[in-house]
Design a protein around this ligand. Sequence first.
Ligand SMILES: Cc1ncc(COP(=O)(O)O)c(C=O)c1O
Length: 495
Amino acid sequence: MKRFTKCSISTALMLCMAMSAVAGCTQTDVTDPSQSSEAQQTEPAQAEPEDINYTIDNIRQYVVGVDEPVELEDGSTRPMINFDNAATTPALQPVMDAVNDKLTMYGSIGRGYSIKSNLSTQIYEETRDKVLDFVNADSERYTCIYVNTTTDGLNKLASALIESPDDVVLSTRIEHHANDLSWRERCHVIYAEVDDQGRVMYDDLERLLDENPGVKYVAVTAASNVTGYVTDVHRVAQMAHEHGAKIIVDGAQIVAHRQFSMIGHTPEENIDFFVFSAHKMYSPYGGGAIVGLKDVLNQHMPTFYGGGIVDIVTDNQVTYKEAPELYEAGSPNYPGVIGMGAAIDVLEEVGFDDISAHEQVLVRKLIDGLKQFDNVIIYGDTEDISDRVGVVTFNFSDVNSQFLANKMSQLGAGTRRGAFCAHPYVWRLMGIDEQEAMGFIGCDSAKTAGMIRASFGIYNTEEEVDEFLEILAQALEDCHNNPILGADSDIPAAY
Ligand SMILES: Cc1ncc(COP(=O)(O)O)c(C=O)c1O
């Protein structure tokens, strides 16, 4: 049971306005020159943030730092091409504005006795409903638990749900380590294989469920951070539920790319738990969420203890609150929650149909451009890309990927290189077996097999893809001309 007093929205707004006036908030400050009649006559009218309609065509203007020049190897400067959005995304201006704006009225969440504390608590609690709406989850059955990241959320969930090392979790070989090791280190995990193109094999999931009647949870990613493949999680949910298991979905790579719904066509297709990070959706203030079934969450608790999760602690007894508080020990990350809420608003306004269509254009263009190069290896299905979000991974059979990615970075194109915290999947795609992989222990990263990943955000453009391909051509030439970097070196190529 919450101990703070909730105030109504109108009361909160009145309080906010009163406090803004007292604090000399710029919106009401008559001494602000931009508010003077002279300024109003000479300067073009600036749209108030709420008047701006964010679209796929104008969103680039609202990405913080997108045109910030960086210094290249030769001393020249230029804005860099950022194709590393699967790792993290830059802030959106409206997200940053929302955080800065709300921080003027920041007070302790759920614990303080002050107007600011009440207001912050109200906004913090109301954002839970926004998150639930974002993934089409009803607040009767589902709750929203704030977490720091997807990794934090999956670990918290695993620490709560897993009751014995003999519990069986079914996962897949496509997973990020966050959705593999969180389970692997706590119980017995079995894995469905991927096919030759790197897609999850649904037949294998079904087979493993048939052969292992004790599977308690099925843990799958909604979209791969290596190939961008989108998993049909509702199909997997149906399989899991038919076999008496619950489904946990890693949503890290889907939330900024495709509309996600906890609800399927039938109740069996509904998702039980969904976890994601806000920093992958243009709010780099930390934060994220678990959306999950309240009744199940209340039958368990994470091995993560502290303040905020208890009703009463005596010398010898502890009584705990229910979810979501039960899963949120410690002081809340208010900017993380505000940023996440603002990012949801913008993404929904831009619209996932447009986001997805734009990404498909970029993926198609990049894949087609890469295919023009000799010795290129592109991972995943390069013909049917309809089930891929904006991620393209590649290698060259005659150049080491670490050297190439470094060179590209020096020329102004940012990517990621390596095995992307999904080693078993990346090395499967590269045809590297367990024995060869064991040889990477203690190796330099250039001698540890990896690929280059280009991943798109909503603000990337077709012109950037063209420039990226030009930079790639230049970088390849530099690598070929440099014996230390090129095919003649002892650094393995295609690694
Ligand atoms: C598919 C997937 N799952 C989980 C994670 C972990 O996310 P975080 O680092 O925000 O915890 C990532 C990060 O790249 C990811 O791509």
